[in-house]
Write a protein that binds this ligand. Structure first.
Ligand SMILES: Cc1cc2nc3c(=O)[nH]c(=O)nc-3n(C[C@H](O)[C@H](O)[C@H](O)COP(=O)(O)OP(=O)(O)OC[C@H]3O[C@@H](n4cnc5c(N)ncnc54)[C@H](O)[C@@H]3O)c2cc1C
Length: 504
């Protein structure tokens, strides 16, 4: 086995974009790194929709760690020009359409059943949808180009720990080998490896969100905005073309994502509320068909589509929510997607992952060789991760609670956008990496707690009359005011928000 018996400063498991970037960043800091992947690139992966915060972090990595080639991936225009062979899509913002079971989609001139929130000012500077098979394979090629040890089709089966470091037993193509390292970084995007190596368990305890997903890539999907126009609705005042965004179709029992790539492939998935769903044991394709058939306009949109070659089938997850009971140890640490996950609504995953990586890299940079300081910082990182998962969970759970009542959803979802604006603004003014969405900041926590109380209040009353929805909206507008530099909930916007991000 190649790299057998070598000794590394850091062994990283999982060559998703996070594991590869971790390897490249640590390499730039002069660390000797080995990256171990159990699959082989290119491979299908989910987690495609980028956000302004994710792009900002990619740019910081590019400039602070001398990885200039990475910068092009942080904007749609430069990505297309520089790496046309790495497939991507244009993502101008977040779009939401409310559907009702058994009825074709309907709205009105005031866009009462639509909500479009722009995240970028134009296509050139826009966020992107990452075709993960391509993007992740490209990053691995950069890992190899840098001369970093890379082992694919490799499983880590065991670890022994002594005063000098970690000794891993690994298997590749049926052959067993040994690798030693001072430190272990888990970028596997799930809890299983840490359970195998250090018996760390994962829990759903404390989560308010309860959802699972059914998804795949499909082709031959007409543009949704064309369907809306054919129905006689005006889209002239849309801030961007709706199909070139993270398109969310809100249902009563959950929502559907649609992310379009430039080659015509479309990533689609239902994320269904586990509290309401009676499909606990149904196969992925059956959940897809049954849910689609309840919503005539979605059936019309997707009825003629066919599965893409990759992955070529419908996939389904178990309950999405999970959190490790321990996120760092004396010689190991978990990246955010290993440490826990809430739900893909609003696409926080990749930005969260990158923000965790950003903090870890600066911890390694500052404290390597200083055991106590390193431990202290890792425990702080773990506490922050827990707070971030809690915050995302609160915000997303409120979305599921309000999904059947779009007026409430329109107001509640703005609490999430207010948090992202606060985080992006902070990033613009400081070079110190801070917790994702400023989740541990008292002013953010106070705002969210007050909003949660207002939500509980309206849900408890069960009165969703226009007057009550207006009262709730007024309350949320007042709560988010200190962070709301984007005119969120301005009635004259009619659910069309053009400028929500800090200028980048
Ligand atoms: C249904 C769904 C939809 C999502 N949509 C979005 C979205 O639109 N936008 C967004 O920002 N985020 C989204 N996310 C979150 C997103 O998937 C994660 O943020 C992202 O994948 C994290 O990247 P990663 O590299 O840390 O992990 P992953 O992408 O999970 O990569 C982990 C890698 O580790 C490898 N691996 C696994 N086990 C082992 C092992 N034992 N040994 C070695 N290698 C191993 C895997 O093969 C893989 O290559 C979504 C998540 C889900 C579940």
């Amino acid at each position: 086995m190649k790299h057998h018996n070598a000794r590394y400063d850091v062994l990283i498991a999982g060559a998703g974009f996070a594991g590869s970037l971790a390897a490249l960043l640590l390499h730039q800091l002069g660390r000797k790194v080995c990256l171990v992947e159990k699959a082989k690139h290119p491979r299908f992966a989910i987690g495609e929709s980028s956000t302004p915060a994710a792009d900002m972090i990619l740019r910081r990595f590019a400039s602070s760690y001398q990885l200039p080639w990475l910068e092009a991936f942080s904007r749609y225009g430069s990505w297309c020009r520089t790496y046309p062979e790495v497939m991507r899509g244009l993502k101008r913002g977040f779009s939401f359409y409310k559907h009702h079971p058994g009825k074709p989609f309907y709205t009105n001139a005031e866009h009462d059943h639509e909500l479009l929130v722009a995240a970028s000012a134009d296509d050139e500077h826009s966020d992107t949808q990452w075709l993960r098979a391509d993007f992740d394979a490209f990053l691995v090629s950069k890992v190899q180009e840098a001369g970093i040890a890379y082992l694919d089709l490799t499983e880590i089966v065991e670890v022994e720990e002594d005063g000098n470091g970690l000794l891993f037993t690994v298997q590749q193509n049926g052959r067993t080998g040994r690798l030693s390292a001072d430190f272990f970084l888990d970028a596997t995007g799930g809890p299983h490896l840490l359970h195998r190596l250090w018996q760390i368990s994962s829990t759903v305890e404390g989560f308010h969100t309860d959802s699972f997903a059914v998804f795949s890539h499909v082709e031959q999907v007409p543009l949704w905005e064309d369907v809306v126009v054919q129905m006689g609705y005006c889209t002239e005042d849309y801030p961007y073309r709706a199909d070139f965004s993270a398109l969310h179709h809100l249902l009563d029992e959950g929502w559907m994502w649609m992310l379009r790539f430039d080659d015509g492939r479309v990533s689609v998935g239902f994320v269904l509320d586990g509290h309401r769903q009676a499909m606990a044991d149904a196969a992925a394709g059956q959940v897809w068909q049954q849910t689609l058939s309840r919503y005539p306009s979605l059936q019309k949109l997707l009825g003629g589509s066919r599965l893409s070659a990759q992955p070529g089938k419908w996939l389904r997850t178990a309950r999405l929510q999970r959190r490790l009971v321990q996120m760092a140890g004396s010689r190991w640490v978990a990246l955010p997607h290993t440490a826990g996950f809430v739900d893909p609504l609003f696409s926080p995953g990749n930005a969260h992952t990158l923000s965790g990586l950003e903090r870890l890299i600066s911890i390694f940079q500052e404290h390597t060789g200083q055991h106590e300081k390193l431990q202290h910082s890792l425990q702080h990182y773990a506490r922050e991760l827990r707070a971030e998962l809690e915050l995302i969970d609160r915000l997303v759970a409120g979305c599921y609670q309000t999904m059947p009542h779009f007026g409430l959803f329109q107001a509640w979802s703005m609490v999430y956008f207010a948090c992202t604006i606060a985080y992006e603004k902070h990033r613009m003014s400081s070079s110190q990496p801070e917790g994702f969405l400023l989740a541990t900041r008292p002013e953010i926590r106070r705002m969210v707690t007050t909003c949660v109380r207002a939500l509980e209040d309206v849900l408890q009353k069960g009165d969703y009359s226009p007057r009550q929805v207006q009262c709730f909206t007024d309350k949320i507008r007042e709560c988010i005011a200190p962070f709301n530099t984007a005119g969120l909930l301005d009635p004259s916007a009619h659910n069309m928000y053009r400028h929500t991000t800090a200028k980048v």
